[in-house]
Write a protein of this length. Structure first.
Length: 242
């Protein structure tokens, strides 16, 4: 955010300290929470699935990508954010998402469900193809505004996650670490993991400094994530007012 300058008014001798500037890395103020709630109360629809980058639609709306290891909970998180249980297909079988799936949030934002990376039990050529597709999208999609990099709270960062973080930093793609399945770990363990990742992110290019613990099952952290994503949305030219 830009520097704030004094407004030049004279006669204010109250001695009160000026209000602190909003922290762009935090999303827990009431206005941001309400903006996120309103945005994700809008209808969300499946737009298309593509197996190659040249099948993607023109880069128009801001895109938010959900990336992470297989079975980390990308589809479940999209469903929880939008309040639609079957918008994105979920499965207990890792590797179910084999295409880049795009979801339109009423012309304000596109949510992108990426194939999971790092699933070793799938055929190697298939894993390699998925991984190349994901990495190519993350490096080169012009309308990609932000990446939600999902990390399973039970397991923390893995080597392949570190590779994605390094790649996003080199490509200067802003990303937010989102801890999934936070309800499945003890509070003390979750707090320790969050603090560990905060320390790691302070040294990482393009990273938002505060990880967001979430649970698709009990709604934990979803209001904060909605608020963060609402700051990236763009109202449609001919759409209704917010």
């Amino acid at each position: 955010m830009g520097d704030h300058e004094a407004d030049g008014r004279e006669g204010d001798v109250s001695g009160a300290a000026p209000a602190a500037a909003p922290d762009p890395d935090r999303h827990d103020d009431p206005e941001s929470i309400e903006a996120g709630r309103k945005l994700f109360a809008r209808p969300a629809t499946f737009r298309m699935g593509v197996a190659r980058l040249d099948q993607l639609p023109p880069a128009e709306l801001p895109e938010i990508a959900m990336a992470g290891r297989s079975n980390v909970g990308k589809s479940s998180l999209i469903n929880a954010l939008t309040g639609q249980n079957s918008l994105a297909r979920t499965s207990n079988t890792p590797g179910r998402t084999q295409e880049i799936n795009l979801f339109d949030l009423s012309g304000w934002l596109t949510l992108v469900d990426l194939p999971g990376y790092g699933y070793a039990k799938a055929p190697k050529d298939l894993v390699d193809r998925w991984t190349r597709l994901v990495f190519a999208y993350l490096r080169g999609r012009p309308s990609l505004m932000w990446v939600c990099l999902l990390i399973d709270s039970r397991h923390g960062l893995k080597k392949v996650d570190e590779e994605v973080i390094e790649m996003l930093g080199k490509a200067a793609v802003p990303f937010q670490l989102v801890l999934t399945k936070a309800d499945l770990v003890r509070p003390a363990e979750l707090e320790a993991l969050t603090l560990e990742l905060e320390t790691r992110l302070k040294k990482t290019a393009a990273a938002m400094p505060l990880p967001i613990p979430t649970s698709a099952r009990n709604q934990q952290g979803l209001d904060l994530l909605r608020a963060a994503l609402a700051k990236l949305a763009r109202p449609p030219i001919d759409g209704p007012p917010p």
